[in-house]
Ligand binder design. Sequence first.
Ligand code: ACO
Length: 321
Amino acid sequence: MYASFRSVGACVPDEIRDNQWFTQRLDTSDEWIIKRTGIKQRRIAKSDEQTSDLGVKAAQVAIKRANIDKKQIDLVICATISPDYMCMPSTACLIAQKLDLGHVMAFDISAACTGFIYALSIAKAFIESGMKKNVLIIGAEKLSNIVDYTDRTTCMLFGDGAGAAIISSTENKDEAIVDVQCSSDGSLNDLLMTPAVHSDELSCMQMKGNETFKIAVRTLTSDVQKIMEKNNYNNDDIDLFIPHQANYRIIKAVGEALGFKESQKVLTVEKYGNTSSASIPMAINECYEDGRLQPGTTMLLDAFGGGLTWGSAIMKFSPNI
Ligand code: ACO
């Protein structure tokens, strides 16, 4: 059995928060934010809209596009660093319940911005082992809950949103996810952390931005080189390079080091900012909706985030199984 990437969906909250919102409250400027990050807007969820609600909306789109009966879903994995509740219940359990998926196995994973790639790797392993057939993976974040809006060095980076995908079993090797690789380095845990979720001043994300930036560029570049070499792929074999959308300058530096053409690079950071685990599936969804993602399109994903964690994947879009 092989695992295939069958469908994608996303939820983009309605409220647009532009750079002016930050310039009115903090010592910063539209020019600084655009020049250093490439971000012009991000989306913000409503106060009564939780991470699980965003995840449900994205999942509904992915399930519809996969054209399967939702009762065929036998595993739900939600990647998030902004869960509805601190430790339990998991956001995946809430999503499964809101979607009426019955007593399906459901759990969350915490791998920050690499969460979607980690979830993809777990889904692939469950399917290849024969244990599951249709896995719903979700990256969902209400980061506005854990952003310190007095910290000008981090708050303008982040936004809310969710993306989801159905990963299904197939016997056709041509449709298979080619490879997913995931790594971590806990010795650098202090670069990005949320000291205590949902309590006083320690409940917000803290980041050593500049150090993280440099390590991100180096690590992402070498990680992509590794997965490409391992699978004997070159740049011409890739249709869409879909990196985690943290900062335009990171994507530009990594894209240049790897030699990808502009037409191969997918960029959504300008519109949505950094939505952590949601950013890659939201970007894949954007490509689906504007027609860049077609059956057989080969995608290269890569991400880097708190933990530290990082990972890459090479896969085809295989909607027709
Ligand atoms: N407006 C104006 N000036 C600012 C602002 C602001 N919003 N923020 C910082 N500055 C100032 C700093 O104080 C500093 O001033 P100084 O030179 O007088 O000391 C100057 O701008 C430069 O600051 P740096 O931190 O060096 O700026 P940098 O170019 O590194 O950009 C940024 C900061 C955007 C945060 C960048 O470092 C970054 O994107 N880092 C990586 C983020 C990332 O990839 N995280 C991983 C994924 S996220 C996750 O896992 C949840």
